[in-house]
Ligand binder design. Structure first.
Ligand code: HEC
Length: 215
């Protein structure tokens, strides 16, 4: 029994060495790659030349208008609020969600319209696919199996039930089946979206009759 095993093992070992060679042994032959693991790829390494581009340089210059993604407040950076404290960045005062737009936005009656329009645009880009243009939770993804998308017109999302800061926090960190957008949407835009969701809720709560009477 042992003898047969040894013979089979030896033959197998010789066979393996014949095919794969010794480990660490050098060979000029093209290596046999059973699992290539993306070792060889068509890619440009940074600072390396490339004949794809006319100037022969692989690394491309920054596109005009490129903005630094960083946490400092310098003129051209966008603020994502990572690791920052205070209502403006977290939506919270201590342990509680706060209500209202933070002072840092420096909103005035003149700037409010532009702020809301910005919120509308951002809402259209980031939220409407799921929550719907009207905020009723019937966005296009709801037809493809994303269940339980919040309907902002439900009573539990009304301003007195659901604080602005809480909504800001959900945009930042996500909740349940909804992912967070803290790395995609700058702080000011998150607040603009909150303001726009409030506008959507208010628009819905004005009875149609009242609107026509006012016109
Ligand atoms: C990919 C789909 C999707 C997108 C995009 C999305 N949401 Fe949601 N959202 C959900 C789902 C699903 C829930 C329900 C989460 C749960 O309770 O499990 C939800 C819940 C919420 C809630 C309620 C959370 C709570 O406390 O119950 C708020 C507020 C909200 N979303 C705001 C937003 C805003 C604002 C945006 C845009 C920045 C956005 N969502 C983008 C899917 C999405």
């Amino acid at each position: 029994m042992i003898k047969t095993f040894l013979i089979v093992f030896t033959i197998f070992a010789i066979f393996m060495m014949g095919v794969f060679g010794f480990r660490g042994g050098k060979s000029r032959d093209t290596p046999v790659r059973l699992f290539p693991d993306m070792d060889v790829m068509d890619k440009v390494k940074s600072q390396k030349p490339s004949d794809l581009f006319k100037d022969g340089v692989g690394s491309r210059p920054m596109v005009p208008g490129t903005i630094v993604h960083s946490a400092d407040d310098s003129l051209y950076s966008i603020e994502f609020g990572e690791g920052r404290e205070g209502y403006y960045y977290t939506g919270m005062f201590g342990d509680y969600y706060g209500q209202g737009m933070p002072e840092e936005l420096k909103l005035t009656s003149e700037s409010a319209d532009a702020f809301l329009l910005r919120g509308k645009e951002r809402y259209g880009i980031y939220c409407a696919v799921c929550h719907g243009d009207a905020g009723d939770g019937a966005g296009v993804t709801s037809k493809y199996g994303i269940a339980g998308i919040a309907n902002f017109h439900a009573p539990n999302f009304a301003t007195d039930q659901y604080a602005d800061g809480r909504m800001y926090d959900v945009i930042t960190n996500g909740k349940g089946n909804m992912g967070g957008y803290g790395y995609n949407i700058p702080v000011t835009d998150r607040w603009a979206i909150v303001a726009y969701v409030r506008a959507l809720q208010n628009a819905k709560s004005i009875p149609l009759k009242e609107v026509s009477q006012n016109n």
